[in-house]
Design a protein around this ligand. Structure first.
Ligand code: FNR
Length: 376
């Protein structure tokens, strides 16, 4: 199977998945993250800043178009549309896996269009975890990229008929890239999530940026199963940690190791973005949903949609009294349902999130005098 055919299949099947999400009013674990409404907490729109610092750069908004495609003429056109949308809205943008380019330089233009159409934007190159530092540097060079994403996709490879069957060299390969590359290295999943344990492991390997890309949106276990002749491998359809579960699981360990968390996977609307930021992500990425708007309604519709999201994110921050993206990490959040159960099983106390602003009256009450007699 050629790279080009596989890339075209992924785009087609991912769009079909998004249509199904709309038809079935797709729910995901972001629904189990609720903000405690404080009726007098709101701030003023003009004091809210959406900027966020990632890898030594300041992004104007805490949103990015996450890795998708390149490598065929159709996907080159998709990249052109995505790049124009990124340029017009100020979003950072990642290329799809550049393996096709590293194997065959004739497809360079299908990736380079990301930089041609968006000369001043924040562009991220994407490679797999078998890539050598030299090859990764070539990918970065082609795009004049500001950062490198390395995707870890063992579940996808397992279901993919032509996929890898040996993942044992990935930690060593990642460490080599993190050491050699001059740009920040972001390790990301492709929709199955990254646990606290993996964040700690990545920190030891020298990685300082992790995109958890959890389960809840585009599902590559299903996409690859649909590409199998007999579609006979659906065992992994429910596999993975959701994006909110990953953030809650990894938040503390990421802080301790100086790792910046990014969130993607199943982000459906601006409220999900704000939920992700409140759970400690410094920026939130979207793939499948933006792709389906681009391919269904065109680039102007995608630009309009992103502009609306930016307006709504600001409005939600005003409502929550968050003047900065990092202020959102101090809002009171209710983690409910299965997400709360996952928290408890992983040793995270959901109650800590529910009162973390510190304004709950019980938290503000004067502490009882422990030794009343001695003060008299
Ligand atoms: C992807 N994704 C992806 N990720 C990656 O690191 N390299 C890649 O080449 C691709 N290819 C790709 C193709 C298509 C068509 C889609 C929709 C997605 C995964 C993507 O970056 C993201 O991690 C997941 O899609 C989850 O996010 P959404 O789609 O739920 O917002």
């Amino acid at each position: 199977m050629s790279y080009a055919t596989r890339k075209d299949d992924h785009v087609r099947l991912a769009i079909a998945q998004q249509r199904e999400f709309i038809d079935t009013r797709h729910s995901c674990q972001f629904d189990e993250v609720e903000f405690v409404h404080h009726a007098l907490r709101g701030t003023a729109e003009h004091v809210v800043s959406l900027t966020t610092d990632i890898g030594g750069a300041t992004w104007p908004v805490p949103l990015y178009i996450n890795a998708m495609t390149g490598g065929s003429s159709r996907t080159g056109e998709v990249n052109r549309g995505l790049a124009i949308a990124a340029r017009e809205t100020g979003l950072a943008i990642a290329s799809g896996s550049m393996s096709a380019y590293l194997a065959d330089r004739s497809v360079a233009e299908t990736y380079r269009v990301l930089r041609r159409e968006n000369p001043n934007g924040y562009v991220i190159a994407n490679v797999n975890a078998n890539t050598t530092p030299q090859m990764a540097a070539l990918a970065v060079e082609l795009l004049g990229a500001d950062a490198l994403q390395v995707h870890v996709n063992a579940v996808q490879e397992t279901v993919m008929p032509e996929g890898d069957r040996d993942f044992s060299a990935w930690p060593r390969n990642i460490a080599r890239m993190a050491e050699a590359l001059e740009v920040p290295v972001i390790v990301k999943e492709v929709g199955f999530g990254i646990s606290a344990d993996t964040v700690a492991q990545l920190a030891d390997l020298g990685v300082r940026h992790v995109d958890v890309s959890g389960v809840g949106g585009t599902n590559f276990a299903l996409i690859e199963n649909a590409r199998r002749q007999r579609a006979d491998f659906d065992l992994l359809a429910g596999w993975g940690l959701s994006t909110p579960a990953c953030l809650v699981d990894a938040h503390e360990v990421a802080e301790r190791h100086g790792v910046t968390l990014l969130a993607s996977g199943g982000v459906r609307n601006p409220l999900d973005v704000v939920r992700g930021l409140a759970l400690g992500a410094r920026a939130v990425g979207i793939s499948g949903y933006f792709l389906s708007i681009l391919e269904t309604d065109g680039v102007d519709a995608l630009i309009a949609e992103i502009d609306t999201w930016i307006t709504r994110i600001r409005q939600l921050m005003v409502l929550l009294g968050a003047e900065t993206v990092s202020d959102l990490a101090h809002t009171d959040v209710l983690l409910t349902g299965r997400l709360a159960e996952i928290c408890r099983l992983r040793g995270v106390d959901p109650a800590g999130y529910a009162r973390r602003s510190g304004t709950h009256p019980a938290a503000r009450r004067m502490p009882a005098d422990p030794c009343p007699e001695q003060h008299r």
